[in-house]
Write a protein of this length. Structure first.
Length: 99
């Protein structure tokens, strides 16, 4: 519990740096990992390519959402937790398919 408070205080102490990191490299990594995991949870269409085409088409929208969200978030520790949690969940989904 003490570690969580320390991390939350560090995030709140430097909001500009935190927003820059979340909206920059973390947003790009999250968008790429989400695009990589979408074929595993999207259903196949009649032509059996929808689960492959949709991630490519939706990538700009996913990236835009992940960039704008930390810029507009009022609670930066929560935004950090949500973005890192989503990244870990999507990465676990991708790695579980290859293990």
């Amino acid at each position: 519990m003490k570690l969580v408070a320390i991390i939350a205080n560090a995030i709140s102490a430097r909001p500009l740096l935190t927003r820059w990191i979340l909206a920059g490299p973390v947003a790009l990594i999250l968008a790429i990992v989400t695009m990589a995991s979408m074929p595993f949870w999207l259903p196949e269409g009649p032509a059996k390519v929808d689960h492959l085409a949709f991630p490519i088409v939706l990538f700009p929208l996913i990236w835009t959402i992940t960039v704008v969200y930390p810029c507009l978030a009022d609670n930066l520790p929560r935004a950090t937790l949500i973005m890192l949690g989503l990244t870990v969940m999507q990465a676990a989904l991708v790695t579980s398919a290859f293990v």
